[in-house]
Every structure is written in structure tokens, then in C-alpha cells.
Design a protein around this ligand. Structure first.
Ligand code: MG
Length: 383
């Protein structure tokens, strides 16, 4: 294993776990977190959760699981070059979407609406709730009892109201930085940007595969155009070898260009601010960042994907039906909690118990449950 930079998180100096586990080797800290995440139930559910396309629309589209693996892969590559802790980066990346509802953002928006007046629903907070409370696979306690640094990275965003609640339950814990305006570790900052890089890249691929985006349209996005032209210049035969292969090579170059830019810009920020250690990073401005030109190029690509893909009539239509599935499931379980498994039905706060249960569902299980409880199939084409 290569040496860590002085500002990297270090498992030996971790702020520790909420429940002390004296038997654990401190030096193995973040590796243990990663193992617990990969073996937990919520992690396996990611395979049947939507990223943009509903799970039954095709076998080759990204799911939350493949997305999480791509985020981990990208983040790990950058972490190695910056000498950050790769195990921590990977643990955060693999866990960052554990709290996502079925049907992607549509599901989360619908659940948040249902939970208005009951504390709301945020997927980042739910990811933390999964690893802190909801997982039941360890012998001695609920949750995975992860290190502070992994939990801090999982909680990417948090409303002030939720941060105050967290701070109340865990003073000086993972909610504090949202109240004091501090940064998370470099590893957490990196996974945050790797998340963006991953979905910008794979949504181009999925968008074209679905037929909702055309390659000529993509050529209006300067970053994609540049990578496409470079790919053709380096491999002229690609012009005859099929559009898919050319697109793959263009996307691969785009990921590489963004990673290289991220490494260079971050190195220069680290030189400029020279934080003394991992703790000083929290009091500095964000230090993991793209250079200005790449930041703008990424923002352009994001705007394009928003208009051309996420707002596409066909995506919107399945999004609307997905919202309806979640709303109707929520109402059904609140009225008849015994339709849930006993451990959920027995929870004292009924709405929260229902939200936890629905958030844990895969797309296809949610559709099956919806049909069972309402007698209607909103996605008649689903298996
Ligand atoms: Mg993500």
C-alpha cells in the first residue's frame, strides 16, 4: 500500500465508531467499513433500483449498483493519484446511494411529499439511517456501526432542520458541519465529484442506448464533441467499426480527461491552501475540485442531459407513474400497517416505518406490492 498524504484521512486517527468495538484493529478501520457495506442487505437491493430508467425497461441500463461501482472505480483511481485513503473512498462510494428509494428521484420526491409533516424524506439522510439503524446483520447491534469518516461521507447533503436533529442526537457528530459551514474529508469531497462524473458519463451511454438521445445531438456538447474528435483522430478505423464502439471510446476519454483535470486542479488547491492535516481540511474551502474550464464543461453536459434525457417526455411519463406507485403504496400501508412485515408494522412512528419500508424496496418489488394492494398495474409492461 502506498503512503498517504498528510491531509488524507487516516484510520488510525479516526474519530471512531458510535459503539466502541475494542476487538477491531484500528488500522483496518475503513476496510472493515467497506466489507460491512458490501455484505449488507441494502447493498444487494441496489441491483434492482433505478438510476434513470425503470428497472424493467432493459437489462443493460445502469442500476444503482452498477452506478455505485462506477463511482467507486473513478474515485479510487483519483484517490490513488492524490494519495488519499482508497478504502475510505470506496466505502463511501459503495454506500452513498443505499438510502435511495425505488424509481430514482421520482420515488424520493414522492416519498418526501408523503412525509411532509412527518419529518420529510432525504435520500442522503436515509443512506445514513440504513447504515446507522436499519441494517440488521451484525450480532450485537442494529446498523453497521461504521467509522465517523465513512458516515460523514455518506451524508453528502443535509437540510439545516435535519442537521439540527442529528446534532441533538449526536453532539459534534456528522450533522455539525452543516450547521458550522465546515467541509467533509477530502475523500468525501472526492466521492461527491466522482458521483457526478459517473452519472454524466453513463447517462450519455444509457441515453443513446435507449434511443432517447441521438449522437448528432451530443455533438452540440463541446466536451463530448472534443472527446469524440480525439477518439477518431487516435483511432481512424473507429469510423467504420460501429457507432457504439466510437461512443464508448469517447466516453472513456471524457472520464479520463475529467479525472486528470480533477487531480491537477486539486493538487494546485492543496498547494495553495496547504492544510496541515485531515482536520485542517475541514476548515479550508472545498479543496477537491475541477479547474474552471472543466467545471463549466461539466455543467454544460449536465444541462444537456437534463433537457434531452431527464426531461424527455418518455422518461417524464414513467416518472409520473412511479410517483403514483409510491404515493399509493404509502397511503395503503399507513391505513393498513399489517400489510407490512411485522418488524415494520410494530414501529411506533407509523409514517416513518412506512417510509423506511418503501425506501428499502426494489423497483420490481414496489410494483408487485402496488398491484397486490390496489389491484391495478400501472406498469402493465413490467415483468
Ligand atoms: Mg450517486
Amino acid at each position: 500500500m502506498q503512503a498517504l498524504s498528510p491531509w488524507a484521512s487516516n484510520a488510525r486517527r479516526s474519530r471512531g465508531r458510535r459503539i466502541a468495538e475494542p476487538g477491531l484493529d484500528a488500522a483496518q478501520g475503513f476496510r472493515i467499513d467497506r466489507e460491512r457495506i458490501v455484505h449488507c442487505t441494502a447493498f444487494r437491493r441496489l441491483v434492482y433500483k433505478t438510476q434513470v430508467f425503470i428497472n424493467h425497461e432493459g437489462d443493460l441500463f445502469r442500476t444503482r449498483l452498477t452506478h455505485s461501482l462506477e463511482v467507486a472505480q473513478l474515485a479510487r483511481g483519483v484517490a490513488r493519484q492524490l494519495q488519499l485513503d482508497e478504502d475510505l473512498v470506496e466505502a463511501i462510494a459503495l454506500a452513498h446511494d443505499l438510502g435511495h428509494t425505488p424509481f430514482g428521484h421520482a420515488g424520493q420526491d414522492a416519498l418526501h411529499d408523503c412525509m411532509r409533516g412527518h419529518g420529510g424524506f432525504e435520500h442522503n439522510l436515509q443512506s445514513l439511517r440504513v447504515v446507522d439503524v436499519l441494517e440488521q446483520c451484525l450480532a450485537d447491534f442494529d446498523g453497521l456501526n461504521l467509522s465517523f469518516e465513512t458516515r460523514e461521507g455518506i451524508l453528502k447533503h443535509c437540510s439545516r432542520a435535519n442537521a439540527r436533529r442529528l446534532e441533538h442526537d449526536e453532539p459534534g457528530g456528522v450533522g455539525q458541519r452543516f450547521l458550522r459551514g465546515l467541509q467533509p474529508s477530502l475523500e468525501a469531497q472526492l466521492v461527491n465529484l466522482a458521483d457526478e462524473m459517473a452519472y454524466n458519463a453513463h447517462d450519455i451511454d444509457d441515453g443513446v442506448r435507449s434511443g432517447l438521445i441521438g449522437v448528432p445531438q451530443l455533438m452540440d456538447v463541446p466536451l463530448v464533441r472534443r472527446c469524440h474528435d480525439e477518439a477518431l483522430a487516435a483511432h481512424p478505423a473507429l469510423a467504420q467499426r460501429g457507432a457504439r464502439r466510437l461512443l464508448f471510446e469517447s466516453i472513456r476519454r471524457m472520464r479520463d480527461a475529467q479525472s486528470a483535470d480533477l487531480v491537477a486542479a486539486t493538487r494546485s488547491l492543496l498547494r495553495e491552501h496547504a492544510p496541515a492535516d485531515a482536520e485542517a481540511v475541514r476548515h479550508a474551502p472545498p479543496l477537491v475540485a475541477f479547474g474552471e474550464a472543466m467545471r463549466q464543461a461539466g455543467a454544460e453536459l449536465k444541462r444537456f442531459l437534463f433537457q434531452a434525457l431527464y426531461r424527455h417526455a418518455q422518461v417524464q411519463q414513467s416518472t409520473e407513474r412511479a410517483r403514483q406507485v409510491v404515493r399509493e403504496l404509502f397511503d395503503a400501508y399507513v391505513q393498513q400497517p399489517d400489510e407490512m412485515p411485522p418488524e415494520h408494522a410494530a414501529q411506533p412512528q407509523r409514517e416513518r416505518a412506512v417510509a423506511d419500508y418503501i425506501a428499502g424496496m426494489t423497483d420490481r418489488f414496489a410494483l408487485r406490492e402496488h398491484q397486490r394492494l390496489t389491484g391495478r398495474a400501472l406498469f402493465a409492461d413490467a415483468a
